[in-house]
Design a protein around this ligand. Structure first.
Ligand SMILES: *Cc1c(COP(=O)(O)O)cnc(C)c1O
Length: 436
């Protein structure tokens, strides 16, 4: 599958990992990249094109990690690159407003029914952190509710039962997070309205917001049970609590308008990231005008960023959204291809009698190594991580790059062809056989 690259000097992933570990903690700039959950040495990526990535040895892989979902049009999409290049040559950041920001913000507001105003930031972490500050400022309340297994970036009070990273390393809280701060975060089981009602009833006067990944992807993909999201909306209305949807992964992934459009449930605030940056650093949060106006400089809640709304990230995001909006059939064909892939994998699961199942929505899915359904954090934890590790390395051998942890989502891009998918299905047959 690999296309050989012209390398001046051949190097290996092992060699680079050794060098990286001398200067970078654990050799990586974000923990799950280090392959700790699956063992072995991470691939150092040299280049990406369409559905493929190439490591430093020149070996090619069909990529289903897609920068953790940030890439939906495939790597180095020519139109996106062209726009970015055009903007690059005119300066990368001014710390002053630019016209592109307005166009981009308007596009997001038009795509998401619940977003009337939006603020751009530089990452999903920043988006969630700022949305929660705004919710606390607006309501004057201090506590927040989150769900076990949901990840909302690495702000102190959000690193409680925070999905993949924490699950992978077996720590529910990070060192350095002061207990007094984490104490204000209440953690409840996803898909369990009764638990939410019981808690909210008791302490609603203290609760600023409920933050949720409406379709969680950071414990692997989990689907909301019918009525769960609507139930959260009703409860929040009844008790005067703000509802925040963290659509950093799902926004522009499951539909042009996110989970909220698909399920018809409107949050008060929405956090975005990943896809909206078109592969460059970007995040955003937005919602009702009256709440967003509470942000500085029009309101008392402070929030700022030197590189926020910089022309490079905005142009990459804008062109990506333009392409998604123009191609009316994009989301249907993404879903079709992903369906084809998942059906093929399920056939192999059946043929080889593997204890595994798939959760899927649109172009995201997870192969869980368990035979019980996965509907929340606890049921996700039943998955056999050792078998996932074996499966992951089997796939790697066949030239397919899945995310290096059981508790992540796979992503299909518009650059993945039916040929890619057929080869991937064949690869899963061998990989499943290898771990039997
Ligand atoms: C990735 C992610 C974040 C954090 O975004 P960063 O850009 O990595 O800071 C927050 N929430 C969800 C749901 C995510 O998947």
């Amino acid at each position: 599958m690999g296309r050989p690259l012209n390398l001046k000097r051949s190097t290996t992933n092992e060699e680079l990992f050794r060098r990286a570990k001398r200067f970078i903690p654990g050799g990586v700039n974000s923990p799950v990249r280090a392959f700790k959950a699956v063992g072995g040495v991470p691939l150092f990526i040299k280049e990406g094109k369409g559905s493929k990535i190439y490591d430093v040895t020149g070996r090619g892989y069909t990529d289903y990690c897609m920068s953790w979902g940030a890439i939906i049009l495939g790597h180095a999409q020519p139109e996106v690159i062209k726009e970015v290049k055009k903007v690059l040559e005119k300066g990368t950041s001014f710390g002053a407003p630019i016209e592109l920001e307005i166009k981009f913000s308007e596009m997001i507001c038009k795509a998401f029914p619940s977003i009337e105003m939006i603020r751009l930031v530089n990452s999903g972490t920043e988006a969630c952190m700022s949305a929660i500050r705004l919710a606390r400022g607006w309501t004057g309340r201090k506590r927040i509710v989150k769900f076990a297994g949901c990840y909302h970036g690495h702000a102190d009070y959000l690193l409680v039962r925070a999905g993949s990273g924490g699950m992978t390393f077996g720590v529910s809280d990070s060192a350095g997070v002061i207990k007094d701060i984490a104490r204000h975060t209440l953690v409840l089981p996803y898909n369990n309205l009764e638990a939410v009602e019981k808690t909210i009833k008791k302490v609603h006067k203290d609760i600023a917001c409920i933050i949720v990944e409406p379709v969680p992807a950071n414990m692997g993909v989990v689907l909301p049970e019918p009525g769960f999201l609507g139930g959260l909306r009703e409860m929040c209305d009844y008790y005067g609590v703000l509802l925040i949807f963290d659509e950093v992964i799902t926004g522009f992934r499951v539909s042009y308008g996110g989970v909220q459009k698909l399920y018809g449930v409107q949050p008060d605030l929405t956090c975005l990231g990943k896809i909206i940056g078109g592969g460059l650093p970007m995040g955003a949060f937005g919602g009702k005008k009256k709440i967003m106006k509470f942000l500085a400089p029009s309101g008392p809640v402070y929030q700022a960023g030197t590189l926020s709304g910089n022309p490079v990230s905005v142009s990459a995001g804008l062109e990506t959204l333009n392409i998604l909006r123009r191609n009316k059939n994009m989301y249907n064909s993404l879903e079709e291809n992903t369906g084809l892939l998942c059906e093929g994998i399920k056939d192999n699961i059946k043929r080889l009698k593997v204890d595994a199942l798939i959760n899927q929505i649109g172009s995201m899915f997870t192969v869980f190594f368990t035979d019980r359904g996965v509907s929340d954090y606890l049921t996700a934890l039943y998955s056999n991580r050792k078998r996932y590790a074996g499966f992951f390395h089997g796939m790697l051998k066949k030239g397919v790059y899945f995310p290096p942890s059981q508790f992540e989502s796979c992503f299909v891009s518009s650059a993945h062809t039916v040929g890619d998918i057929k080869k991937t299905i064949e690869a899963t047959y061998e990989a499943f056989r290898g771990i039997k």
